[in-house]
Ligand binder design. Sequence first.
Ligand code: ZN
Length: 95
Amino acid sequence: MNIIEKNANDAQQALRHLEERLKNALAPLKDIVGTQVEVSEGHCLQHGLFEQRRRTLQVLPHVQQETECPACLRAKIAALAKRIASERQQNQAQF
Ligand SMILES: [Zn+2]
């Protein structure tokens, strides 16, 4: 794999990771044994209020996972997808 392919691969992976985080932020609440979910209002400086889920591991109460602002995640996904597309075009132009 050359460096251009590696960068493209990393960007694809980052994109999948963001999509996973968005899916998680929007998915219906599910029961996971050993964890507890709290739903509260998160506040995003850019997008205002959103539904935020905070999952706590019962045996390790200091381990918490909070979902992020879905609008921010969507914006990041759109920006990254655009970057991937334009880099792909540039690479094709070079060869
Ligand atoms: Zn936001």
